[in-house]
Structure formats: structure tokens, C-alpha cells
Design a protein around this ligand. Sequence first.
Ligand code: KET
Length: 457
Amino acid sequence: MASAAFTVSSPAASAVAARSKVLRGGKGEARTGCRVGITRKNFSRVMMAVAVDISRFEGVPMAPPDPILGVSEAFRADKNDLKLNLGVGAYRTEELQPYVLNVVKKAENLMLEKGENKEYLPIEGLAAFNKATAELLFGADNPVIKQGRVATLQSLSGTGSLRLAAAFIQRYFPEAKVLISSPTWGNHKNIFNDARVPWSEYRYYDPKTVGLDFEGMIADIQAAPDGSFVLLHGCAHNPTGIDPTPEQWEKIADVIQEKKHMPFFDVAYQGFASGSLDEDASSVRLFVERGLEVFVAQSYSKNLGLYAERIGAINVVCSAPEVANRVKSQLKRLARPMYSNPPIHGARIVANVVGDPAMFGEWKQEMEEMAGRIKNVRQKLYDSLSAKDKSGKDWSFILRQIGMFSYTGLNKTQSDNMTDKWHIYMTKDGRISLAGLSLAKCEYLADAIIDSFHNVS
Ligand code: KET
């Protein structure tokens, strides 16, 4: 095509050029009010300038930092030696270093030796992983597995699995709403908002007792429209660290059954609450034993330390194998245009570890050690607070909470004080990750909490 001279004369182009001039404050390369004769080459240069000065993204406002992952960004920017990151729930060693499990390294070495390929996985993920993950969750002998009543799809860790289930709910239960605990992991609300699934909250935490508001919880689940989805934390409730007792789980199951609600478990900490994989799955198994249909999202970020591998699964327990097949086919259909198929590396690690009795045993031992270290710092933090705080405040709630976190009861201003004055990074809801704490730092943390609690309102 000839590079013929042509003129910029459309009203839109003039308006853009005029705006460009205003922004540059005058004498512009982009003259306005007259027809400018330029070559095609020059024109593209003008358009480049316009593209820089007047962005098509002017309507895009700055998003706030993420309430959890944004804390790590702020931590990285702090140059003070005393700084401590108790924001994100990520396990650290006593030296406050990230930890790759020995059993993971072992599995990776095996994988390297085998020289496996990097072909696409099927949409539903690695078959050996799906088998292992469902067995770990429900127990290998569970009739739902034997009868083929579970639709399991490997997905993008806990978050991606929850998001996929949310898309499924939006498509096949457009009238239903999801009930989530108050408070809950902050991303739950984002996930259902983005999937256009309406949600409301049920009471969970009672600040007066720093415990479970069981009556409130039951009343709210009871009051919800029949057939609602009830999101439950399988164990180690995030952020409160407060779980229902086995008797309370039975009552929760009664109401859910009575109201024909759909239980939807988020299991991100299996093995981390008690140190036992089976014990931490007991809430889910109780619902399954009752013959209910159940959703369960799983994550291997914490219990196998595979945070960045994005490995997890969505499991849907169905009333019959034929139903499970249909559900699975639709989950695949939803996953395909979202991310096509899941990543293989983490799936192979899990399949290798769970599938090999020796490595499985080693994993359980390492998990117990991690859970044990967290219990130790929990105890030490309690001891330090009790010894240092002369006000008579009862800090024993810290010992009653379980899992990676402690919900301190500090409000936003007090949490700000923890960060601004003490360089302790935590979420603004008063949650601290004990997995990021060392025994050596407990006293310092106790000083900071006592100062923030008593001197800041
Ligand atoms: N559910 C819960 C309850 C949860 O705490 C997390 C992560 C997830 C799911 C998802 O994890 P994934 O890595 O997608 O498998 N929680 C920690 C990290 C985060 O916020 O992403 C946290 O609360 O710090």
C-alpha cells in the first residue's frame, strides 16, 4: 500500500488531540483546530503520543492492596531489623525461613529421575492425584469412593477450587445464596462476588466469650431460605481458630439436613489443626456418613507447603455415580474456558507422597512437627502475655484457638499500632499467623500486643 499523505479530520481524533494538548500544557506536537497533513508513519507516532497521554484506562481506579497478601508487600518494604511478618498464613521455621518439606524434595527427586514429560493434563487433572486427594479427604474405605459417588477435579489450589464451585453454583443454582461465617477468610467474599453468587453471613464469633456463637450460628442457618449453600471451614477456622466441638458439628448437620441446605466445606488446613489428617477431616466425614451431598474444596498449600504450586481439588459428593458423572462433566466444562487444565508438578508431588507408604508416613511426621512448632509458640506467647500483663486480663483464649492463626481481638487502630510502632505485620482484623512466629520473638510480640491493647483504643 502506498504511504500516501492523509489528513486527521475525524471529530474523535480532534478531540483526542485537543485533550492531549491540554495535558501537555500547550505547544504541542499534536496541533489542533486545523487539519494536519501527516504521513501514515507520522500518524502512528501521533497516536502513540496520544496513547501515552490519554490512556484508555482512565476509568480504571487504583485497587486497594489485598488485606492479606498486601501485608507481605508492606513487610518487604520495611527496612527495620525488628520486623516480623505475621500476615499471610505461611509456615516458617524457628529461624523464620520458608520451609520445603523433606518429603517434597524426595518426591521431586524421584520425578526428576523418572524424566516425566510436560504434556497437558486432562481437564480434570492427574488421575493419580484425584484418587489420592479424595481418599485422603474421605478415607480410602469410604463407601462414597467405593461407589464412585464423588466428582473430583484437580483445580488451582483452594482458591481456584472454591472459584470453580462458585461458578457451578451460579450456573446450576442461580436462585441459591451462600451463607458464610462472620468473620471468614477475606477472599471468600471476593470469590462469590466475582462469580455473581449472592451471599450473606451467619454469626460465628462471639467477642464477649472470644468463642463460638453457637446459638447465633444455628439460628442464622435455620433462618436462611431452604436449599442455601452453607460454607463451613472443615477445621482450623480462619481467622478465629475456633472450631465447633464434635457435638456441635452434629447439631449443625441436623439443621443443614432439615433445611435441605447444601454443605460446602473449605478444607485448607487438613492435618494442621490437630496434626492428624483423619481427625481434621472428621467434620466432612460426618456429613458424608449421613448420606448428604456435599461440596469440598481442598488445598495443599499449607499441609504440604506447596503454596506456589497451586494444587488442590474440588470434590462433589453426589447421591449416585451417574449424578457424579454429570456434575464432573459440567465442572470440566466450566474449567476449560477458565484455565483449560491444571498444572502437573504439584499434582505429581501429592500423588507420589500419598501413594507411597514410606513417604506418606514421613509427611505425617513432618506435618506433626509443623503443627507442634505452632503449638509451642502458641503456648510461649500465652505464657509471655500472662507473665508481662499485670492488668489481670485472661489471655487463655489463645490456647483454646487452633491452627495457624490466633485471633487476638485487637481492633484496626491497635493492629495499626502493632505495625507502625512495633514493625509487626498482621491483618487489620487482629489476626496473627503463629506459623510466622518463632519462640525467640514471643516476648517481643507479647510486649507489642500489651502496648497496643492497653495504650491504644
Ligand atoms: N481457604 C482458606 C480458609 C484459606 O485460609 C486459604 C488461604 C485458602 C482457602 C486458599 O489457599 P490456596 O493457597 O489458594 O490453596 N489462606 C491464606 C493465604 C491467602 O490469603 O491466600 C491466609 O489466610 O493467609
